[in-house]
Design a protein around this ligand. Structure first.
Ligand code: GSH
Length: 340
């Protein structure tokens, strides 16, 4: 009797496992059937994702979404952007409202292990900082009893609390749902400082009426390595998102650019370049994508450095030096695992 019960339970668990895994494994197929990638982005921060005067989203996270659409459809327009606040982003992904998050999301152990999600490859290295009115304070430790604007659902809440507790100094947090609300409160004098990832502070500062009135203090209080997020147990989609992000970096490492990709594909004798650009088919076949997937991405969006510069480079309002987001060959942390 007991034997039969256990057998039935085992059969049920196995059926459940196979259906959930089967369902989880279907993101890429679902996207292909839908004819469009659905990408979770931020609610609006210059540099990562902000609509321009024509209402077209511009920024690094947005471009990374477009590049992924090229990997699948060879068309950067086959993507729908879903702006998500920090506190709703992971629930929306878990519920299947979006296929992937490229949304200033720090990769942490607890997020990776406890949310039923998975983060995939670091595409941007950042750290927590504070912006203050120019000349108000020189160091964060001077902000005793300060009112600090923070965005709900971010790592920045904990980082700020951890730091002030560590120096035994009281502060008053003021929480907001979105970045623009926190930035407006700062400028309206409702808080003495705004604490978040330094690149986002640079983005926010670049859109202020008088950026020179504001200082991003030099200290950094955490590591905030951003990765794309997907649902757990979807190995095929994990592979696609992982090696897509890596291909952008590999292209820069190999000197393949938006301008020279076509010529490199025709003339390069470097086996790694020939593999990357689909002269030989093995990389595309392994991912069940077109053999020219990486070539198409670089032609449409550029390599990692070109995507970075389009949003943060010297030609932009923000002009954020690459720093840790420089290639490892130039003293940064950006490194592509071997694509072979
Ligand atoms: N990297 C941190 C913070 C990321 C974050 O979401 N920052 C806020 C600003 S403080 C945000 O919403 N940024 C994107 C947006 O508003 O578009 C995290 O993963 O929790």
């Amino acid at each position: 009797m007991l034997g039969r019960g256990i057998m039935a339970a085992a059969a049920l668990a196995c059926a459940l496992f196979s259906t959930t895994t089967a369902r989880a494994q279907q993101t890429l197929e679902a996207i292909k059937a839908r004819g469009q990638l659905v990408c979770g982005i931020g609610t609006g921060v210059a540099g990562f994702g902000l609509p321009d005067s024509r209402g077209v989203w511009q920024g690094m996270d947005v471009d990374l979404c477009r590049g992924l659409a090229v990997a699948i459809f060879n068309d950067p327009a086959k993507v729908r952007f879903v702006p998500l606040s920090s506190s709703t982003r992971f629930t929306a992904l878990g519920a299947g409202e979006v296929d992937v998050l490229f949304r200033t999301s720090t990769q942490t152990m607890l997020r990776d292990v406890t949310l039923g999600l998975r983060h995939v490859v670091t595409y941007f290295y950042d750290g927590h900082g504070f912006i203050v009115r120019a000349g108000s304070v020189a160091k964060v430790s001077e902000m005793r009893d300060a009112t600090i604007c923070l965005v709900q659902g971010t790592t920045n809440e904990q980082v700020t609390a951890d730091y002030f507790r560590s120096i035994n100094t009281p502060f008053r947090p003021v929480l907001f749902e979105r970045t623009d609300q926190a930035a407006a409160a700062l400028q309206a004098g409702r808080c003495d400082s705004f604490g978040t990832d330094a690149s986002q502070l640079a983005g926010v500062r670049s859109t202020m009426p008088k950026p020179a009135d504001w200082t991003i203090l030099p200290e950094r209080f955490s590591k905030e390595p951003y990765g794309a997020y997907i649902r757990r147990d979807d190995q095929q989609w994990f592979d696609v998102v992982r090696w897509y992000t890596t291909a952008l970096i590999e292209a820069e490492e190999q000197g393949v650019t938006q301008a020279n990709a076509e010529e490199m594909r025709r003339t390069s004798t470097n086996p790694n370049t020939r593999r990357l650009l689909g002269v030989t088919p093995e990389l595309g076949e392994a991912l069940k994508l077109d053999r020219a997937w990486a070539y198409n991405i670089i032609r449409a969006m550029g390599n990692y450095g070109e995507i970075y510069d389009r949003s943060w480079g010297p030609e932009t309002q923000i002009n954020l030096p690459r720093g840790p987001n420089e290639l490892w060959t130039r003293g940064g942390l950006v490194y592509a695992l071997p694509m072979r």
